[in-house]
Design a protein around this ligand. Sequence first.
Ligand SMILES: O=C(O)/C=C(\CC(=O)C(=O)O)C(=O)O
Length: 304
Amino acid sequence: MQFEKTPGWLDWHAAPSKPRFRLPAGAVDAHCHVFGPGAEFPYAPERKYTPCDAGKAELFALRDQLGFARNVIVQATCHGADNRAMVDALIHSGGKARGVATVRRSITDQELQDLHAAGVRGVRFNFVKRLVDFTPRDELLEIAARIAPLGWHVVIYFEAADLPELWDFFTALPTPVVVDHMGRPDVAKPVDGPEFELFVKFMRDNPNVWSKVSCPERLSLTGPKALDGEQNAYRDVVPFARRIVETFPERVLWGTDWPHPNLKDHMPDDGLLVDFIPHIAPTAELQKKLLVDNPMRLYWPEEC
Ligand SMILES: O=C(O)/C=C(\CC(=O)C(=O)O)C(=O)O
């Protein structure tokens, strides 16, 4: 099948630099995606965007270029609940990738078992309105109850303004809960203002809540962009991510978000994104927790 990219689509950076920051041994890129290729794994009819192809071979090449040991591949909305591209990548990773799926309530127990055998360890519930249609809360709670006995967790993606309305639902989830991109704070607001304080309280009051301190390229309003060797990219995001890392060092994860769907302004150099990490996790101890110990506990607990 032939697909035409959404107008204005930015393709992933073709030649990411080698990071200056040396990742600790065993580092996990805990948030990335695969897209298609569409000819082999068609994009879902209900998708809100059509990306460029970004397959497993390119993802694994990026992993090696940046110095990561493993990936966590998160199902992207352009594939809906058809997890075949993600599962195919897991199967061909030689045990170096685990996954987060999107499932509907119609999934059978056998299908869940098959996803587990392939390396899936979580489901993603997406609340970002430009990406998905509404799913009833009772369907999501039913899914959460079914995946809990498998030892899986729930990944949630939402925007900061929606946290108050979603709070009761999130705190009713029976599993570990992993928030994508710090709940997308508006970084024009103060890091100790009411909006981000609510997110900090969400994590403080609920010890089962984790956060990915990822996506500065998506959250930043003033840059500078991670391009052309810039070693101090996205300064406006640093206080937010650093606060979460330093306050909850045992419950943070980091990922590239490759191939960076839906960026409108620029496509970052992934090597320079890795160079962002020591700004938000300034000590070797914090870096090891963020990049190795925490993701291993969540995705490869049998090795811990
Ligand atoms: O890649 C991300 O994490 C963020 C996305 C895309 C996404 O989540 C999806 O399509 O599933 C975004 O903000 O557009």
